[in-house]
Design a protein around this ligand. Structure first.
Ligand SMILES: [Zn+2]
Length: 137
Protein backbone atom coordinates (compact mmCIF):
# COMPACT_ATOMS: atom_id res chain seq x y z
CA UNK A 1 0.00 0.00 0.00
CA UNK A 2 1.29 3.43 -0.92
CA UNK A 3 1.75 5.74 2.03
CA UNK A 4 2.92 9.31 2.46
CA UNK A 5 6.69 9.35 3.27
CA UNK A 6 6.08 12.31 5.55
CA UNK A 7 3.17 11.23 7.75
CA UNK A 8 2.44 7.61 6.65
CA UNK A 9 -1.12 8.50 5.70
CA UNK A 10 -2.76 6.47 2.92
CA UNK A 11 -4.97 9.39 2.06
CA UNK A 12 -3.61 10.96 -1.13
CA UNK A 13 -4.64 12.15 -4.58
CA UNK A 14 -2.89 12.05 -7.95
CA UNK A 15 -1.24 15.34 -8.73
CA UNK A 16 0.35 15.25 -12.16
CA UNK A 17 3.33 13.39 -13.62
CA UNK A 18 6.87 14.68 -13.07
CA UNK A 19 9.82 13.18 -14.99
CA UNK A 20 7.73 10.19 -15.99
CA UNK A 21 6.79 9.52 -12.39
CA UNK A 22 3.32 9.79 -10.93
CA UNK A 23 3.15 12.55 -8.36
CA UNK A 24 0.81 12.39 -5.39
CA UNK A 25 -0.32 14.93 -2.85
CA UNK A 26 -0.98 13.81 0.70
CA UNK A 27 -4.43 14.98 1.76
CA UNK A 28 -3.49 14.98 5.42
CA UNK A 29 -0.21 16.93 5.46
CA UNK A 30 -0.11 18.34 1.88
CA UNK A 31 3.28 16.75 1.20
CA UNK A 32 4.04 15.97 -2.46
CA UNK A 33 5.71 12.70 -3.34
CA UNK A 34 6.35 10.65 -6.46
CA UNK A 35 6.47 6.96 -7.20
CA UNK A 36 7.64 5.16 -10.31
CA UNK A 37 5.01 4.99 -12.99
CA UNK A 38 3.02 1.83 -13.50
CA UNK A 39 5.07 -0.68 -15.48
CA UNK A 40 7.75 -0.92 -12.85
CA UNK A 41 8.13 -4.43 -11.50
CA UNK A 42 5.94 -4.89 -8.43
CA UNK A 43 7.84 -5.50 -5.25
CA UNK A 44 8.19 -9.16 -4.24
CA UNK A 45 6.65 -8.12 -0.94
CA UNK A 46 3.28 -7.70 -2.61
CA UNK A 47 3.61 -10.91 -4.58
CA UNK A 48 4.13 -12.79 -1.32
CA UNK A 49 1.28 -11.00 0.41
CA UNK A 50 -1.11 -11.58 -2.47
CA UNK A 51 -0.33 -15.31 -2.64
CA UNK A 52 -0.58 -15.56 1.15
CA UNK A 53 -4.05 -14.03 1.06
CA UNK A 54 -5.03 -16.22 -1.85
CA UNK A 55 -4.12 -19.32 0.16
CA UNK A 56 -6.17 -17.97 3.05
CA UNK A 57 -9.20 -18.22 0.81
CA UNK A 58 -9.72 -14.61 -0.17
CA UNK A 59 -11.04 -13.90 -3.64
CA UNK A 60 -9.04 -12.05 -6.32
CA UNK A 61 -11.32 -9.04 -5.93
CA UNK A 62 -10.82 -8.95 -2.17
CA UNK A 63 -7.05 -9.12 -2.55
CA UNK A 64 -7.22 -6.40 -5.17
CA UNK A 65 -9.14 -4.19 -2.76
CA UNK A 66 -6.79 -4.83 0.18
CA UNK A 67 -3.44 -4.55 -1.59
CA UNK A 68 -4.39 -2.20 -4.40
CA UNK A 69 -3.03 -4.63 -6.97
CA UNK A 70 -4.97 -5.56 -10.09
CA UNK A 71 -6.76 -8.92 -9.82
CA UNK A 72 -5.25 -9.74 -13.23
CA UNK A 73 -1.73 -9.50 -11.74
CA UNK A 74 -2.74 -11.74 -8.86
CA UNK A 75 -4.29 -14.28 -11.23
CA UNK A 76 -1.03 -14.29 -13.22
CA UNK A 77 1.09 -14.89 -10.10
CA UNK A 78 -1.15 -17.74 -9.00
CA UNK A 79 -0.56 -19.32 -12.43
CA UNK A 80 3.13 -18.46 -12.53
CA UNK A 81 3.87 -20.02 -9.14
CA UNK A 82 1.40 -22.82 -9.69
CA UNK A 83 -0.47 -22.17 -6.45
CA UNK A 84 -3.32 -24.54 -5.79
CA UNK A 85 -5.73 -24.43 -2.90
CA UNK A 86 -8.25 -27.08 -1.95
CA UNK A 87 -11.72 -26.34 -3.19
CA UNK A 88 -13.90 -25.72 -0.18
CA UNK A 89 -17.10 -23.81 -0.51
CA UNK A 90 -17.84 -23.71 3.23
CA UNK A 91 -14.55 -22.27 4.36
CA UNK A 92 -14.19 -18.56 3.98
CA UNK A 93 -12.23 -16.40 6.39
CA UNK A 94 -13.21 -13.05 7.73
CA UNK A 95 -10.64 -10.32 8.02
CA UNK A 96 -10.12 -7.02 9.77
CA UNK A 97 -7.62 -4.24 9.17
CA UNK A 98 -6.30 -3.00 12.52
CA UNK A 99 -3.51 -0.81 13.83
CA UNK A 100 -1.12 -2.07 16.51
CA UNK A 101 -3.20 -0.72 19.41
CA UNK A 102 -6.45 -2.16 18.06
CA UNK A 103 -4.71 -5.46 17.46
CA UNK A 104 -3.59 -5.57 21.11
CA UNK A 105 -7.09 -4.79 22.31
CA UNK A 106 -8.54 -7.45 20.07
CA UNK A 107 -6.27 -10.15 21.44
CA UNK A 108 -6.76 -9.01 25.04
CA UNK A 109 -10.37 -10.20 24.90
CA UNK A 110 -10.38 -14.02 25.19
CA UNK A 111 -13.81 -14.21 23.55
CA UNK A 112 -12.34 -12.89 20.31
CA UNK A 113 -9.87 -15.73 19.94
CA UNK A 114 -11.78 -18.58 21.53
CA UNK A 115 -12.75 -21.38 19.15
CA UNK A 116 -11.18 -19.65 16.19
CA UNK A 117 -7.83 -19.53 14.48
CA UNK A 118 -6.21 -16.30 13.45
CA UNK A 119 -3.22 -15.15 11.48
CA UNK A 120 -1.83 -11.64 11.47
CA UNK A 121 0.03 -10.23 8.53
CA UNK A 122 1.68 -6.86 8.17
CA UNK A 123 -0.02 -4.55 5.72
CA UNK A 124 1.61 -1.20 5.14
CA UNK A 125 1.48 0.63 8.48
CA UNK A 126 -1.37 -1.54 9.73
CA UNK A 127 -2.03 -5.21 10.27
CA UNK A 128 -4.52 -7.57 8.82
CA UNK A 129 -6.07 -10.18 11.04
CA UNK A 130 -7.56 -13.12 9.18
CA UNK A 131 -9.78 -15.36 11.22
CA UNK A 132 -11.62 -18.55 10.61
CA UNK A 133 -14.01 -20.64 12.60
CA UNK A 134 -13.41 -24.11 11.36
CA UNK A 135 -15.16 -26.01 14.11
CA UNK A 136 -18.36 -24.04 14.25
CA UNK A 137 -21.60 -25.88 13.22
ZN1 LIG B 1 1.29 13.12 4.63
Amino acid sequence: MRVCPSCSSENHIKSGIINNRQRYKCKDCNYFFTVDKIGKKIDDYYVNKALQLYLEGLTYREIERILGISHVSILNWVKKYNIKRPSNTKYHPTYKILNAVELGEYFSNPLNIKGAGAVVTELGDKFMLIQWERFRD
